[in-house]
Design a protein around this ligand. Sequence first.
Ligand SMILES: C[S@@+](CC[C@H](N)C(=O)[O-])C[C@H]1O[C@@H](n2cnc3c(N)ncnc32)[C@H](O)[C@@H]1O
Length: 285
Amino acid sequence: MKNKENESMVKFRNLFSSNKDIIVENWLSVSSLRDMKTLAPNLYSEYLKKPDDLKELVGQFFIATNAHRIQEIGLILEACDYPLWKHYMEIGVGWGVTCSSMAGLIFSREDKRECSLTTVDFKGSRIAGKKISNARQININSIISENQYSQWSHSDVGSDIFFKTLEQTSPKKKSAGIDVVFIDGDHSFKQTKRDWENVSKHLSESGIVFMHDLKWRTQKLNYPNVALRAFELIPGDKWDRYILDTPYRLGVVHRKSAGSTKEWLEEKIKHLNIKIRPWDRRKDK
Ligand SMILES: C[S@@+](CC[C@H](N)C(=O)[O-])C[C@H]1O[C@@H](n2cnc3c(N)ncnc32)[C@H](O)[C@@H]1O
C-alpha cells in the first residue's frame, strides 16, 4: 500500500471520522472492501475477523487505492458543504463512491431538510456489449433505504428520460434550480452534450457543474467522440470553463455572472492544491 499523505488526504480522512456511520458503513463497504477483496485478500480476511478494530485500515486502503481521485472528490464534497447551494445531482453513480459521500455531507448539514440529492443512472447501461449497472442500482437503492434519506431520490432510467420526465411533470420548475451537478455518466460526446444541455437549463444562477473524465484516452474513445469535445462547445461568452489538472481531468463550469461561485472555486482549488490546466484540447489525451 502506498503511503501518500497530503493536506487533502488528511481532510478527506477526517471526513471518515466525522461521518463514520455513513461513510464507513456505506461508502467504504461498497468501494474499498470490494477492491480489498481483490487486491489484498489476506488483509480482507483479517478485516472480516475484526471489522470494528480494522475500520481505520479500510479507510487507509481506500486512500491508497483511490489517491488519484481524492482532490476531485474533495472538491465536490466541499461543494456539498457550501450553504448557498442546496440541490445536488449526480448523473452516473457507478457503485456510489461519490454520491454516498455527497449524501454523508449534505445530510450532516443543519439545513438538510431544505436540501436534496438526486442521482441518476441507467439500468440498460452497457460497456463492450456487457450490461453493467443493474447491481449498481440495487446497491444505491439499498444505501438510500438503509439510511432513510427522504431527500435522496434515485432514478435508473438514464439521464435523457430523466430530464424529459422532469420537464413533462414539472414544467414550471424548469429553472427552479439545481445548484451542483456532477456529470459522470456515459462519457461519449453525444451523451455528454445532451447531459450538459439538459443540466444547463435547470442550473440555478449561482450553480456549478463538474464534468468528469475530460482526459479522453481514459474513455477508450477517440477525439472528437469524447466528453472533452462537449465541454469545448460550451459557449465561453456566457459560461466560465476550467479544466482542472487532476489525473482524469475534471471540468468545471459556472455562469460568468456568478461571481460568488468563481470566488468559491478559486478558494477551494487553492486549498486542495489543484491547478487549472491551460487548454491543450486535442493534445490532452
Ligand atoms: C464512471 S461510473 C460513475 C462513477 C461515479 N460517478 C463515482 O464517482 O463514484 C459511470 C456510470 O454512468 C452510468 N451511465 C451511463 N450512461 C448513463 C446515462 N445516460 N444516464 C445516467 N447514467 C449513465 C453507468 O451505468 C455507470 O454506472
